[in-house]
Design a protein around this ligand. Sequence first.
Ligand code: HEC
Length: 200
Amino acid sequence: MLLLAGCRQDMHDQPRYKPLAQSDFFADQRSARAPVEGTVARGHLNDDTYFYTGKVSGQAGEVFPYPVNAAMLARGQERFNIYCSPCHSRLGDGNGMIVQRGLKHPPSYHEERLRKSPPGYFFDVISNGFGQMQDYSYQIQPADRWAIVAYIRALQLSQGAKLYDLTPAERAQLPAAPMATTAKAVAQPMAPKALKGEAR
Ligand code: HEC
């Protein structure tokens, strides 16, 4: 018993500082020491430059850092509808509710220049903002930014898509009455003859 008690006493008496207590030992009198300059917290090395910047030698990159799949698109759609659609609208044409209430009208994603802009460019706009648009680097983590970019690509594709880009099974799922947003696609010829000539 005595031996055990002695052990415990040692542990109780070891020299230590209470968090943020004053210290006479260090010149600045702080017991809490700043990490050595250049210290990187575990898991924060961020050495995959492309994933974190979307740039290759200062230029917007042409590819996604990893293959796009359905789960990534679904995540991108969800994040886009939350963070971007209030201004850019769910269609990406820039007629979001905040814009209808007077904010500067962003360009439509469907204009030629943005259709041709590479994925890295969109990643950069989300990360660093653009003109009057603030950046979303705090709210949206890099993986979600890439997911949003993938979804923007899908939006762009959807607005230029032709009916014959779809498989017969996909076409069968289209609503019978043309909706405003799909009118362009529905107006395309459906006859097998036309399909033959236009198939990709
Ligand atoms: C509060 C409104 C608002 C939100 C939310 C918003 N944007 Fe923007 N965005 C703008 C405005 C305004 C511009 C045009 C800025 C300018 O030209 O000064 C713009 C421009 C852009 C551009 C075009 C840049 C160019 O080259 O013309 C892209 C791409 C873009 N935004 C993507 C996004 C994405 C992705 C999100 C969501 C993560 C988002 N924006 C959220 C308002 C917004």
